[in-house]
Ligand binder design. Sequence first.
Ligand code: TRP
Ligand code: ZN
Length: 868
Amino acid sequence: MQPKAKFRKDYRQPDFTVTDIYLDFQLDPQDTLVTSKLNIQRQNGTATHLRLDGHSFELISVKLNTQPFTQFQQTSDALILEIPVSYEQFELEIQTRLNPAQNTSLQGLYQSGDGICTQCEAEGFRQITYMLDRPDVLAKYRTKLTACKQKYPFLLSNGNRIAQGDLEDGRHWVEWEDPFFKPSYLFAVVAGDFDLLKDTFITMSGREVALEIYVDRGNLDRATWAMESLKRSMKWDEERFGLEYDLDIYMIVAVDFFNMGAMENKGLNIFNSKFVLANPQTATDEDYMGVESVIAHEYFHNWTGNRITCRDWFQLSLKEGLTVFRDQEFTSDLWSRSAKRIEDVRFLRTHQFAEDASPMAHPIRPEKVIEMNNFYTVTVYEKGAEVIRMLHTLLGENKFQEGMKLYVAENDGKAATCEDFVSAMERASGLDLAQFRRWYSQSGTPELTISDDYDEKHQIYRLHVSQYTPPTADQVEKVNLHIPLKVALYGENGQKIHLKYELSSVSDVLDVIHEHQTFEFHSVTQRPVPALLCDFSAPVRLDYNYTPAQLMTLVKFAENDFVRWDALQTLYFNELRTNLQRYQQAQPLRFSTELLEVLTLVLENANKETELTALTLSLPKETEFAESFKLIDPVGIAVAREFMQKTIAEALKERLLVCYNYNKLTNYQVVAEDMAKRALRNVCLSYLAFTDVGNGLVHKHYHNADNMTDMLAALNAATKAQLPCREQLLYDFENKWHQDGLVMDKWFNLQATRPDENVLELVQNLLEHRSFNFKNPNRVRALIGSFATQNPKAFHAIDGSGYRFLVDILMKLNDTNPQVAARIVEPLIKLSRYDTQRQTLMRRGLERLKGIDNLAPDLFEKIEKALK
Ligand code: TRP
Ligand code: ZN
């Protein structure tokens, strides 16, 4: 049977709603009994049937208004009850039996380590009991949990603890009540034995909130950063958005088995332990930042997601795009705005642009979905955040905040749509957002082609801007968008030119709304160098024919750090492109003197702007380079990139060494200045590894490291440059950390991304490694996911061995964890970007996968699109 698609246009209000739920869990890893009492209210006077979602459990009994009830039909994924039209309101009692230990899908109620927890977003609640499992059904929840006290001393759910007690048989119980109406996807339960870190937060209105972070026993020293991050998030949301926390308790539980990053369940966030645990020995600077931003993200959901939720799952970006925007702003306000922007743009260009070019292309508000889990995407999240950011650019902070206030006032306690949000912004600002709304319905990456001319006589400079959005897999016809294009003009000596039309100043944000448009600037006394798309003011590709000299001017003088970084990126991309061509034509590779000159300059100024230098000096990854080609040559890109790396290293060796030595630190602290120094020093190391001093330097760096950031940088340099010391260092690391899954993920990632010829064989052998566990998504992503996405040369081996390996794995994952399978299949569905030989092999792999029994809808949806 083929899974059925749902369409946004088919949204209907539910015929019935649930107002109150009482849930009773008798928890046991193999045999959990759930009793659910639903207060149901009729919404449609003529409906005769109530359809409740549910699957993957055993139905024990059904009662209607306390009497046994049999007027129902049970299907593979629903319970359809006959309800007399005279029943306005009634109580339904349903008993189900579950086996959490056998639930490897990690949705619904499942076992993680020695604990038991839930994951209900998007449609996991229906794996616990029958329910109107849709986000526009908002109910009040009361939950009673009973379990063995010794095994599960903590029994947690949403809201406030209202009662508890001990039973004579060694079990105990706790009852919870959540005073806020919520959809089923925000429901959560946790049972287990933990170490608990406690703190408090006083809100802006003076209420004290209890903060509790639950981690596996022995991990308390890894929870403090998460707690500090939480308090910073709560404070920031009050200060910047005026939003205050609303319950008396906020709990975070770290679990090892989790499909995604974390989950914003009301008052009880459940986190992948990767985004909670951090100390200097086990976490890198990057991990610290990841923990802080995910803690913030989930906290911010309390308003953008929970108090105001989504009407239907097509509106997912309403909460995700907005919440990503909010967590990005949080990080920007606390750390470096330009560094955060550069990192986010880099991620968007690499992954979201690739998604738009893939068979999975969809607008931030999708029209058609088979498996909702497949739409927690970079498009919905990151492009969604870009759309909010463009609104912010168009409105400015003040009007944007007025729009937020209006949005909250109008929608608090409700399930809203993207349109509700845009409408609030429109009314608060007085701007006409009619054309802007198209960002919600149109997929694809717009291309802005820009040319210019300078009229010396009249001192007029013109920018000719054209927009074009190429067709995508889901949508052929495209319309013109409203694109905010932020610009600046620079004179030859770097002075910024004031933007004027006739005698008045004009905004630096140009409103691109037509297919072709010309913008005129007056009183321009010399031919300027244009800085285009400053701060990446819109998620578009830019095509302007910069000369190396112009780019050099921008690198040197642009005020906007993003522009300076981006100018250097363009130089890197051009360099790679030319050398790839040479490689493909079997000509010798050559490095341009201009780029070396710029890099010399960058290194000379390194100490004045440590963080930006670290960012500009890092060579784009192979996958980043790949994204700029319609047809990707994975081997050629790897060769050309390594040539660039080696050439830079040799040519700038002395300067890199000076910079490396200058940025040495004596102790480890998570503060911006030191993080920047470590980053810069470690970039230098990554180049120096390719020179004759590499082996000695890297070896010393590893053994002198007193923190994971430096230790991992050394290991990375050793493996990427294939240094003689690498086996010994990898062995040492494994020996030290093999009991710690999160740390071992870094090691698995290094192994999977090795440039060595026999890397596939190594990866295959590591499936049997003592620290590997096929049931743990973090391990699967670290070893198999890394191989398929971060080692393009090996994955796309022309003999098809990489594809065969992935398909074999996916056939197993399809049965154990289809949600993770559908993530890992991504590189394979992007087949149209490769030559026909590779395409044929990739297609063969996908067809083999499509042929298996019980293909999950998650994989089905993607494979079918890919094979079209
Ligand atoms: N709402 C979560 C977030 O963005 C995402 C999430 C967590 C999720 N776990 C999930 C989505 C499982 C789908 C399935 O913060
Ligand atoms: Zn989210």
